[in-house]
Design a protein around this ligand. Sequence first.
Ligand code: FAD
Ligand code: THG
Length: 794
Amino acid sequence: MSPRVVVIGAGVVGAAVADELTARGWTDVTVLDRGELPLPGGSSSHAPGLVFQTNPSKTMAGFARYTVEKMTELGAFTAVGGLEVATTPERLLDLRRRHGLAQSWGIDSRLVDADECAALHPLLPAGNVLGGFHTPTDGLANAPGAVAAQLARAVDRGARVLGGHRVLEILTERGRVTGVRVETASGTGGRAHRDVPADRVVSCTGFWGPQTGALVDLAIPLLPMAHQYVTTTPLPELAGATREASAVILRHQDRDLYFREHAERIGIGSYAHRPMPVDLDDLPVEDMPSKLAFTEEDFAASWDDARALLPALTGIETGFNGIFSFTADGAPLIGEHPSVAGFWVAEAVWVTHSCGVAQAVARWLVEGEPGVDLHEADLARFEEPQLAPDYVRTRSTQAFVEVYDILHPLEPPVQPRPLRVSPFHARQVELGAVFTEGAGWERPLWFEANAGLPEVGRIPRRGEWASRFWSPIAGAEALVTRDRVAMYDMTPLKRLEVSGPGALDLLDGLTTNDLRKNPGAVTYTLLLDGNGGVRSDLTVARLGEQRFQVGANSNIDLDVLQRAAGDDVHIRDITGGTCCIGLWGPRARDVLSSLTRDDVSHTGFGFFRARRIHVGEVPVTALRLSYVGELGWELYCSAELGLRLWDLLWEAGERHGVIAAGRSAFNSLRLEKGYRSAGTDMTTEHDPYEAGVGFAVRPAADVTPARRLVPLLLDDPAYVVMGKEPVFHAGACAGYVTSAAYGYTIDASIAYAWLPAAAAVAGTPVQIEYFGERLPAVVAAEPLFDPEMKRIRA
Ligand code: FAD
Ligand code: THG
């Protein structure tokens, strides 16, 4: 017996979820929509359906690829091809980067010159563009057609689809959904209520998501925003056109515009106008609540820009302000309620990604795993302050404004900042910290106070793109860490206190390494998904018989632990309220021992051990480990003592030449050591052995991976790549870069990359495509620095 599922929403997402669930044998599916079918009035009812697959996220590109495949099979997709044009030299350069992304994720693409652009789009004069990026498999989704086809298939397999059913309540019992209460129009013109029982409810309510989530006290961090779309009067050039579209779909990102054909007319969408957040309570209660009246004045500049690109455009015939969802990071919201079992959401999803998202959701429900790396789209990815309505509004508005901007991968958000600061923030500001932001935290990239270090002069210069959000000072900070000692603010590192009689069993059962060790032990261990993919890597410090401190990577780790924990385990996120300094470098022991009576010698305080010590007056939990690969400790204390801890270390460190160092140095040092970053270098798509962390799996197994994560060294050290670039071997794209940095100690430009096993052999020559250039590189043996661990175990 398959579970009873209610899907709320009959847009592209709800329809695709119903199709994917019933295809997997879950046929007791009821799709409910408040609107009348087949066009219930959500975003899908009027979406122009442009599908551009290229995306910085591998997962999102994969969602788009599957959507194209599936909609093609459904007869709801026309592969007219996509063309992004450049009208500025910066954009032209960026299109090369886009071409790199497309190759990394397996999307057919090529760079084209101005004449080819004109040939691909008959209304586009060659003289109006500098060049373009052509993706032949992109095209137009017929969203209402895809909805109808998928719902019909689901109904054939036993599903029910009911329009005019508005969900008012989610019914629950003892933390589980049991059904929904709906309102329908009664025969006499009034309203009737009835309950639909369900074991699972999947909310696919698009921009209504926050309203639906509120029914179960679940924050859905999306912002409904209006976006303008117009259709022109018929063009003489297109007179007699009978096909919906024959030319490529077009993006003119320098002016925040996109274009498609509607037979004899052109449709134009604009992101150039002022952000127009929509209050759900203000929506018209009509056939098309997601279509607001056109505000002509907001489109004026876009109309001029559109005509400048396509001079054949005649006039605007119709226009509207259509509503859809924006999120802080542009990614969808997918997952199950943390405490109401059986309540799922799939929201803030474009038509472009709809089938891919629905496939992941259906797999997650039916098979227990989504079958794809979802960490960028997981509803649980947000930290608590990131769920605050003001945060969602500010960041989602920013995402709207920046939707077509050329964004550097290291570019931090501008607002709301500062949001989370460590107790050391005042000192960091005094030292001229240049901050970035991550998970809401202010994080120093480097410190201008270090500009006078003689090492700065030894740092090689690099190209313009790689120089952004970088300074040679970061290189000097890395060298000083290896030569003397540096203080790193590790406060943003997510940490959890896991305690209680069931704590050990929970952690030992969920992760790969052996945690049955005495208090004082620290263990590096992996959190895998149900298919053995690497979800995260953790450090687990056993502080007492029933008390552990877990060093984690994100809120998703916390979510996973909480879902698995029984009543005999207590999990507390202690990241806020505590702080951490990484004191690392050959002189770290000299600094620490001058401030403590506790034994911090190698025999007294061994590698990967944890102890409670005093540093001056400050009670500290000290973990002897180092992500930068040097002698030293992570020193944790409660937040109110943090500044005192910083000042004590700083003063004692002065005679040893201590510096404050930032994220930029940190990232370089960890890559020299080959320490993986979960989520970037390895995800649930990878098993521990191919990711190079099989040593953390007990009992040990002997596995021969088909692909591997390996370091590449670039022949020309003047190039530093950024991550996600395609890697070529024997003339074909064979993999992609995950993280990259210059290794200042080894004086080489490092790029970690996934490659098939045959190519992942030290000495193999490969090429990294970077802005259209093929940079020669060679696979290297790892670790690149201190393979004997002499530095760390000193
Ligand atoms: P919807 O289609 O909005 O469906 C949600 C459904 O839930 C609605 O039918 C609603 O009636 C129902 N519902 C809500 N609350 C309840 C309740 N309490 N009870 C019962 N039913 C409920 N995307 C692209 O990929 N390419 C494009 O070119 C593109 N262009 C766009 C242009 C415009 C002008 C707009 C507005 C959007 C565009 N989008 C585009 C975005 C895309 O349209 C949406 O992201 C997508 O349609 C969302 O689908 P959905 O199924 O999640 O939501
Ligand atoms: N500190 C703490 N927790 C963390 C991190 C951290 N949790 C998340 C993430 N970072 C985990 N990543 C690593 C990666 C490598 C090491 C520690 C944390 C490391 N590895 C040694 C090695 O491979 O040579 C030792 C491994 C072993 O002995 O098992 O130190 O930065 N608290």
